[in-house]
Ligand binder design. Structure first.
Ligand SMILES: [Fe+2]
Length: 379
């Protein structure tokens, strides 16, 4: 994730001997102390022709609080409810001051670009395929791919149909977890990360419209040139894809390791983990299902992507659970009874543990399976 990329025609080094007739733009996070890249535009990036309030704005957040504290499950979203482009398909599910968790069932491509000036974004592709188009180049996305889009990247989705989980981080960026004694190549190697495919010549469009989110309000900026018309770029700031099959789960044959070992991306305020297929613990008598636990400082979201989820019954693909702090977590009774029948798990799921309590949108409440919490009751 810190790999320094060089694409196309670029300067000798930043600010020195730029390619002919280009204009250098430096873009980066954390006041340029974080990841930074330099782009070589053929038209100055400030040469807009119009700036105006966008005719499209995100829907206002509408919270429906829980009536009492309980484990919650939300059914997969019927695609017919959310058809549209990236903007129209946005449905907010959960949020707090630090993050949002939304779904997008995008059924048509956008000509308008999006630039998020509030948050860095992480997508998880559940179904379908899409191409992310940006001045950095294009990224092909398929099911099981994470897509990291740092705050400030201008991009749009080209797709015939794709279903994304999307997470925004407002206070810090997504980072690879510290891997300590496991070494830098643990969890996933940087060779597993797919960076944008860049072409020095593209079929340019006459104008570009960029929809910018700042303080959750949208502004449209129109340019009389194609904003992807750059000769090249270099640096450590760029969107990238991490397929889950490039993640190497860490495990012990002896004992179940706490879920934090499955961390894929961390921020200061929440963590994103990936549960992947793996062999189960071997010793006779070993506890194989996740132990009962009270992760009392976090609210836990799990998005079920593929496979049979080992510790919970009747969990469908695309279902989402919310286990708020204060209620015990743990496997369903049937999972405990059947734990010795399996030698492997085949699940793929994304977990988000948030330090601040999560709010639930009216849209998500409409999908809630009311009796989910009763599935632990055996009498
Ligand atoms: Fe849990």
């Amino acid at each position: 994730m810190k790999r320094y990329c060089r694409e196309g025609e670029i300067a000798e080094r930043p600010h020195l001997n730029l390619p002919p007739k280009t204009f250098e733009e430096e873009i980066g996070l954390e006041g340029f102390f974080g990841p930074v890249s330099h782009l070589y535009h053929r038209v100055p990036p400030t040469s807009w022709s119009k700036i105006e309030a966008s005719p499209f704005q995100w829907a206002e957040k509408e919270e429906v609080p829980e009536t009492f504290l309980k484990p919650q499950c939300y059914a997969s979203v019927p695609a017919k409810l959310v058809k549209g482009d990236f903007f129209k398909s946005h449905r907010l599910l959960f949020w707090n001051d630090d993050l949002t968790i939304s779904i997008h069932a995008i059924t048509s491509s956008n000509s308008i670009y999006f630039r998020n000036a509030d948050a860095s974004e992480l997508y998880f592709c559940h179904q379908g395929e899409a191409t992310l188009e940006s001045p950095f180049g294009s990224l092909e996305v398929k099911p099981g791919d994470y897509v990291s889009v740092p705050k400030g990247v201008t991009y749009r989705w080209d797709t015939k149909g794709v279903y994304f989980l999307r997470i925004e981080t407002f206070k810090s960026r997504f980072k690879k977890p510290e891997t300590g004694i496991l070494g830098q190549q643990a969890l996933y190697h940087e060779e597993g990360i797919q960076t944008p495919k860049f072409k020095t010549k593209i079929k340019t469009e006459k104008t570009s419209r960029v929809r910018v989110q700042k303080d959750l309000k949208l502004t449209d900026i129109t340019y009389d040139h194609d904003i992807r018309n750059i000769s090249g770029w270099m640096g450590t700031f760029y969107p990238f894809v991490l397929p889950v099959n490039r993640i190497a789960p860490v495990m012990s044959p002896i004992a179940h390791i706490p879920p934090s070992i499955n961390a894929t991306f961390v921020t200061s305020e929440f963590i994103v983990c990936t549960f992947l297929p793996r062999p189960l613990e071997e010793p006779p008598g070993a506890l194989k299902v996740p132990f009962y636990h009270s992760n009392i400082d976090y609210d836990e979201i799990i998005f079920y992507h593929e496979g049979d989820f080992f510790s919970r019954d009747n969990m469908g693909k695309g279902y989402i659970t919310l286990h708020p702090r204060g209620v015990n977590h743990g496997p369903h009774p049937k999972a405990i009874a059947n734990q010795n029948l399996k030698k492997r798990t085949d699940e793929i799921a994304v977990m988000i543990d948030a330090a601040k309590s999560l709010k639930v949108s009216a849209f998500a409440r409409g999908l809630e399976l009311e009796d989910y919490y009763k599935s632990w009751i055996t009498k």
